[in-house]
Design a protein around this ligand. Structure first.
Ligand SMILES: [Zn+2]
Length: 256
């Protein structure tokens, strides 16, 4: 069973690892002003009705819900947020050649904005920066759709007139199998999986921890709250993510 470790101990555990995969959740982006949805003070925890806006069947059937969602998107902090020290620390590991990939549950694009090679960011829940047509699949940058909101309350696809939606995974929607396969591959090839700011309660993403452990990788968890994988982890860090990740990166890279 893992006990809470300190950064130096965890850094020593990772010092020889050339292949690290980082799994990130909402906790890495709260420091950038993006609210957490599932945490104790999260949007869905404190206002369960808000979750109905993100159900795919409701969205398809109800034009009023779509109008409401577009208005929410228009002011979404995720579109304008800036990466924080934790995102930058992950980028630093990547530039040092130590990362297989970042698998993220976040839709905010902040790893890419922090300079990560987009080819090594696997967005399992999609991205808020693109809009997709639910009929023909046309993808459009989100700002191009949002600028139509002054004239149209539910902007339709310019190619086929279909209903459009943020290219994010809603409740009731399956994850893209190709993206999930890439995430599994990134975890299978790593020597250590570092799970950062994720409650590890949302499947199938949480099960990536099982994949890592079966493949013989070390599992490190950096999260303020307990997770179902704490007992299986090789080490836990509870400190604030924005402080701990830069320190962890320094300790890992100092071992080179
Ligand atoms: Zn279309």
């Amino acid at each position: 069973m893992a006990t809470t470790a300190d950064v130096a101990e965890v850094g020593a555990l990772l010092a020889g690892c050339d292949r690290v995969t980082v799994l990130t959740g909402a906790g890495i982006s709260t420091g950038s002003g993006i609210p957490d949805f599932r945490g104790p003070r999260g949007v869905w925890t404190t206002n369960p009705g808000a979750a109905a806006l993100y159900d795919i069947d409701v969205y398809r059937c109800d034009v009023d819900v779509r109008r409401q969602v577009w208005q929410v998107r228009r002011t979404s902090p995720a579109l304008r947020a800036e990466p924080n020290a934790a995102h930058r620390a992950v980028t630093e590991l990547d530039r040092a050649g130590r990362l297989c990939a970042v698998v993220t549950q976040n839709i905010d694009g902040l790893h890419q904005k922090a300079g990560m090679d987009p080819a090594r960011v696997i967005e399992v829940h999609g991205t808020i920066h693109w809009v997709v047509c639910l009929s023909c699949g046309l993808r459009t940058p989100t700002p191009q759709v949002l600028e139509r909101l002054d004239e149209e309350s539910d902007p339709r696809c310019v190619r086929c007139g279909g209903i459009q939606k943020s290219d994010t995974v809603s409740f009731g929607q399956r994850l893209d199998p190709d993206v999930l396969e890439a995430a599994v591959a990134a975890v299978e090839e790593c020597e250590a999986l570092v799970a950062v700011g994720t409650s590890l309660t949302v499947h199938p993403v949480a099960a990536l921890c099982d994949v890592a452990l079966r493949a013989g990788a070390r599992l490190l968890i950096v999260n303020a709250e307990p997770t179902p994988y704490d007992d299986a982890a090789h080490a836990l860090l509870r400190e604030p993510i924005e402080e701990v990740l830069p320190r962890l990166t320094r300790v890992i890279l100092a071992g080179d």
